[in-house]
Structure formats: structure tokens, C-alpha cells
Design a protein. Structure first.
Length: 249
């Protein structure tokens, strides 16, 4: 028996980067994983890769900015595997880099819709399903930027601060019902989210981390898996960093 045998996990944004690493980490430890992403081909490829290893995984297309789509993804998890026990609300986008006074209003709404409202929609449908399963755990993918500013990233930073508010509130509401809700705050991680950042920008980002490098998706997945596991049975409503020392400065 592996650690997550008998548990079903829904991971949003699981076609790429951190979500993909989390899906793999959970599936390798016995979970049945629903690989949910706005990219259908990406979700199917990621789920196929897990199934090829002999692990249990299925793909579902979800757009976290659409509550009906999120509800369908949660129903897919329950219909496919019988119950939902674990969820990782990870889907997210970066948005443009501009000073607040020049930030496009529509871009601001788009980033908030995905990175904050999308987490609410996910919790909205996951939590009743997890309670119905007899309890479980949720991790919301926050950021080191949930607790500090970052010039040029008003929408992203505001959304990630909001994710902590959602995490703490849901944790208070659902601890008595057997669901632990926590947030993970990665430093900068080498994934497609960083886009085509040029050498100078990358060097600057690396310089923010005393560890002297960016994080890896697998390192974030490791902390996420711990928080979802019974080893974290008294960990509720808190914010855990995996940031190469960024916040220690
Ligand atoms: P990524 O770009 O590699 O993966 C994000 C995934 O989310 C993609 O597969 C994308 O298709 C999916 N996605 C985007 N919009 C979606 C939507 N509306 N509905 C469903 N899926 C959607 O990015 P990465 O780096 O793996 O980011 C994952 C999470 O980690 C995000 O919430 C991000 O803000 C957070 N994070 C990332 C850091 C980094 O430096 N890469 C640092 C701190 C937090």
C-alpha cells in the first residue's frame, strides 16, 4: 500500500509545470489522479504519461474561470473513481509586467478571474464532494508573492494575496468537517509560466533566492504531497513556503 492508495485527487493546471509534477507525485504514491487543464491535448498527454507508468489517471478539460466547467470536472472525478478526497488548485497565469498605473483593465480582470476566482470556484465544488467522501485535504497554489509585492505584477500579486484569504477562511469552515485546507508558496520555479524571460531577467530572479537558483516543479510537488498526506494531520489553514530562502531576507 502506498501513501495515497484509495484516494482520488483532482489537480487543476496539471498539463504543465508544477501541476504536472504534483499529479505525477500523487499518482506515483497510489492516488487516482484527475489531470484537469484548459488544454485538452495537454491534459490527455499528461494523464497518458501517468497511465503508461501503470498509475491511475484520467484527463478532464476544465476552465477554472467557468464555474459550470469546474463543477463538471469535480463530477468527473466522483463518477470515475467513486469519491474525491484531495484537490490541488494550481491552475494559474502570469499576466503582463507593467506598473499599476499602466496595467490594462481587461488583463487585470483576466488574471484575477483565473488566479483568484478560479480558486474560489474550485473550492466551491470540491469541498462538498470531499465532505461527502468523509474528509480529505486541499492545497491552494499560492506564491511567495502572496505575502509581498513585486513591481510590475499588480494583478498576480493581488490574486495570490487573495488566495491566502480564501485558504484561511475555507480552513476555518471545513476543519470541523474533516477537510484540511492549506496553501503552498513557491519562490520562482523554472516552468513555462516564466515564459521567454531573457537572460537578464532570469539572472535577476535567481538573485532573489539565497539558494542561488530557481526552484523545480518536483520540489513544490514534494511539499504539496506532504500537506495532502496524513503526515500533515494537524496542519490546517496555513501558508508553507518552498522558496530557496527568498522570504528569509
Ligand atoms: P505553467 O504555465 O507551467 O502551468 C499552468 C497550467 O495551468 C497550464 O497547463 C495551463 O494550461 C493551465 N491553466 C491556465 N489557465 C487555466 C484555466 N483557466 N483553467 C484551467 N487550467 C488553466 O505554470 P506553473 O509555473 O506550473 O504554475 C502553476 C501554479 O503555480 C500557478 O498558480 C502559479 O501562479 C503558481 N506559481 C508558479 C511559480 C513559478 O515561478 N513558476 C511561483 C509561484 C507560484
Amino acid at each position: 500500500m502506498s501513501e495515497f492508495t484509495g484516494r482520488t485527487a483532482l489537480v487543476t493546471g496539471a498539463a504543465s509545470g508544477i501541476g504536472r509534477a504534483v499529479a505525477s507525485r500523487l499518482a506515483s504514491a497510489g492516488a487516482s489522479v484527475v489531470v484537469a487543464d484548459v488544454s485538452g491535448p495537454g491534459a490527455r498527454e499528461a494523464a497518458g504519461e501517468l497511465a503508461d507508468q501503470g498509475w491511475r489517471a484520467s484527463a478532464v478539460v476544465v476552465d477554472v474561470t467557468d464555474p459550470a466547467s469546474v463543477e463538471r470536472a469535480v463530477r468527473h472525478a466522483v463518477d470515475t473513481y467513486g469519491a474525491l478526497h484531495l484537490a490541488v488548485n494550481n491552475a494559474g497565469i502570469g499576466g503582463p509586467s507593467l506598473p499599476t498605473g499602466e496595467y490594462d483593465v481587461e488583463d487585470f480582470k483576466r488574471v484575477l478571474d483565473t488566479n483568484l476566482t478560479g480558486v474560489f470556484y474550485s473550492l466551491r465544488y470540491e469541498l462538498p464532494a470531499i465532505v461527502a467522501a468523509g474528509g480529505g485535504a486541499v492545497v491552494n497554489m499560492a506564491s511567495i508573492l502572496s505575502a509581498r509585492g513585486f513591481a510590475g505584477s499588480a494583478a498576480y500579486v493581488a490574486a495570490k494575496h487573495g488566495v491566502l484569504g480564501l485558504t484561511r477562511t475555507a480552513a476555518l469552515e471545513y476543519a470541523p468537517r474533516g477537510v484540511r485546507v492549506n496553501a503552498v508558496g513557491p519562490g520562482f520555479v523554472d516552468t513555462p509560466l516564466l515564459g521567454d524571460a531573457d537572460r537578464g531577467v532570469r539572472d535577476y530572479l535567481v538573485s532573489l533566492h539565497p539558494a542561488g537558483r530557481l526552484g523545480t516543479a518536483a520540489e513544490v510537488a514534494e511539499l504539496t504531497a506532504f500537506l495532502l498526506s496524513d503526515r500533515a494531520s494537524f496542519v490546517h489553514g496555513s501558508y508553507h513556503l518552498v522558496d530557496g530562502g527568498y522570504a528569509a531576507r
